[in-house]
Design a protein around this ligand. Sequence first.
Ligand SMILES: Cc1ncc(COP(=O)(O)O)c(C=O)c1O
Length: 412
Amino acid sequence: MSDYILAKQNGRTIPLEDKIFGISSRAKAMIAEKGADKVINATIGSLLDDEGKLVVLSSVVDTMKTLNPVDFADYAPIGGTPQFREAVKKAAFGSFQPSCFTEAVATPGGTGAIRNTISNYSRMGDKILTSDWHWAPYNTIAGELGRCIDTYPMFDENGMFHVNAFGEKVRELIAEQKSLVIILNTPAHNPTGYSLTLEDWSGVLNVLRGEAGKAESIVLLVDAAYIDFAGDEEEYRRFLPELEKLPENILPIIAYSLSKTYTLYGTRCGAMICMAQTAEVAAEFRRVCEFSSRGSWSNSAKLAQVILSKIYADEELLKKVNEERAEYREMLIQRGRAFEEEAQKAGLEIVPFDAGFFASIPCDNPDEISRKLEKEGLFIVPLAKGLRVSVASVSEAACRKIPAMVKKAMAE
Ligand SMILES: Cc1ncc(COP(=O)(O)O)c(C=O)c1O
């Protein structure tokens, strides 16, 4: 019997319950029954303090309190307010000043940028390329649009970014479909915490240059949702100038999100920013992405657009926001290091980790292990290739406990 009553499946498989939501509710139930000190809930994808409360940047909240009703009650233009379009480019590029043609289109979070990129730069039925370890909603977004995700192994046997596997898959898909959308989530990749090195980037871009002559178009979507939590903001933007040195039919697009960087998850704000070699490609980008926005969510919410514009119009305020974030970033990095250190001590293999909200553990039977760990009060997320631990949502002390617990559950 089909799982569908009136709804049409349209090639999608829609689960009865969202996996992460289900695990999180079991964690909450156990907290209610046994007490918070008996449970580690490392499933949540937002930054929480050591007491489990959402981290919210007070400088951002103070800015929000200065707004007038028209700043949030009114519609914003479809592609975003002019001030936001400029501010978000500065937020994404940092001190780098591109000489290529850039256009920014507002989207509801980074998610909207991913959706609009797939809808405009691939065809129905196309395969969208990303690594085997990836954020699961890429599949949902692609599926909703009548596309699907194809993958390459992210790491080679030495734990290095597998540029050869990437190249092989790019060549295969260009030969098959002539155009290709690639999603690279870096720095501080979800779910592994890996950041591409400049050497990795050079390998990736060489592959694309090598294929440009055979391809109609290659779009490289850099999902930079965690760029401001990877480490020094400038250091982790050093790959950006490399994206300018590409042929005309290769279009880099940055998916930038205000969710984590400004702790504005619920205001649904982000942008897609193109780095085009010609003015025509940039103008087309703006036209087609605004058209898609109109046909999906219409305009994006104005609130966070105004907040970002105000932050970037006031140097002192920008400094304050960046300094406040840097403190929390340091807390997050410490947690990640603690997790890594304890994993090493416990002899637990983890996927190469650099920084960010998540770390992952390779595992052949992730569902079984996570069920076992739930009984011990540890809640983590089973993925296709392993277990995902959110270091963003638990204290450093908890990060130190998790590796030994996982190692024990795997050994039993
Ligand atoms: C890898 C990745 N990309 C993009 C996003 C987009 O988030 P949002 O739509 O809230 O900006 C997230 C959020 O969790 C993410 O983990």
